[in-house]
Write a protein that binds this ligand. Structure first.
Ligand code: PBG
Length: 329
């Protein structure tokens, strides 16, 4: 065998030192790419660690601003809020209550940490007694009757001061209904980050412990996507773009890098990817046993998500990454 390109081509020339490696690096992580998820709960003085997500907490309203301020000081520009209500009911009333847990948290954050961009998750599952993202009739999750409630939820978040709303329910048509509801209520300027390609994933397990939102019966496979499908993700994204999404998301991230890449190629919109709770939990579990180097693994994972094509990454590692980048990772 002959190697005609060798010795002229020697890729190792550009790997000889950190300086030259930095010069030719194609993908850079930036703290400005990160969105930090926060869980808010009732009570006061609460900072309760989530068992399956070491280092992540449920925060009461009086404490969440400290955490958000710390994130902002580290250079993180945006948070996304998830609420854990005191009471749940069949129709998820807490989701669209103007004094609901998320609405109260938004008001506090906008008052106490005004520089921070506050995104809200728009969904019913944390607020319904059955734990589903839509209304339930005769054991089925019904699409169209759910839509006005999602519209109301988004409007109440905007009224509380949310900078962007992020529907994660996967009902058909929800972006159009939310856009119309926001516009009618005077929030034409509020952008929508749509969880456009959201898969029915086992990687959400720890989140459901954190938010007490596991479905009481069945699963989410009648509305979230089948992990085997890629073309369908492009169709979901196209629909959400037509309906008025400003940013689209792929979720989870790590097992779906191919989807991130394909969506990147299919749309010019900003693209977000959600490095979800199960991805976080696996890293924390292995790192806790000393089996992997947490810092290097996290930076490698987030770099791969960005390299696949994501502009923005929702990640529970956000504060650690911000610190590491500051140290010159
Ligand atoms: C639904 C929602 C979920 C997540 C974000 N929004 C859970 C689900 O669909 O069951 C999961 C996020 C994560 O796992 O980190 N409101």
């Amino acid at each position: 065998m002959t190697y005609p390109a060798f010795p002229v081509s020697r890729p190792r020339r550009l790997r000889a030192s950190q300086t030259v490696r930095d010069l030719v690096r194609e993908t850079h992580l930036d703290v400005g790419d990160l969105i930090y998820p926060l869980f808010v709960t009732h009570g006061s003085g609460v900072k309760e660690e989530i068992v399956s997500m070491p280092g992540q907490y449920r925060w009461s309203l009086d404490r969440v601003c400290e955490e958000a301020a710390e994130a902002a000081e580290l250079g993180i520009r945006a948070v996304i809020l998830f609420g854990i209500p005191e009471e749940k009911d069949e129709v998820g009333s807490g989701a669209y209550d103007d004094v609901g847990i998320v609405q109260q948290a938004v008001r506090r954050l906008k008052r106490d940490v005004p520089s921070l961009f506050v995104i809200t998750d728009v969904c019913l599952d944390e607020f319904t007694s059955h734990g589903h993202c839509g209304l339930v009739e005769d054991g089925r999750i019904v699409n169209d009757p759910t839509l006005p409630l999602l519209g109301r939820t988004a409007v109440s978040h905007a009224r509380a001061g949310a900078d962007m709303v992020a529907p994660s329910d996967m009902m058909d048509g929800r972006v159009a209904v939310i856009r119309a509801a926001l516009d009618a209520a005077g929030y034409a300027e509020t952008p929508i980050l749509s969880y456009a390609a959201k898969y029915a994933s086992a990687f959400y397990g720890p989140f459901r412990d954190a938010a007490h939102s596991a479905p009481a019966f069945g699963d989410r496979r009648t509305y979230q996507m089948d992990p085997g499908n890629a073309r369908e993700a492009l169709r979901e994204v196209a629909l959400d773009v037509e309906e008025g999404a400003d940013v689209v998301m792929v979720k989870p991230a790590l097992s779906y890098l191919d989807i991130i890449r394909r969506v990147r190629e299919a749309t010019d919109l900003s693209l977000a990817a959600y490095n979800v709770s199960g991805e976080y939990a696996m890293v924390k579990a292995a790192a806790g046993r000393g089996w992997i180097d947490e810092r290097r693994v996290v930076l490698e994972i987030l770099t791969s998500i960005k390299r696949a094509g994501a502009d923005l990454i929702l990640t529970y590692h956000a504060k650690d990454v911000a610190r590491w980048l500051r140290e010159g990772a």
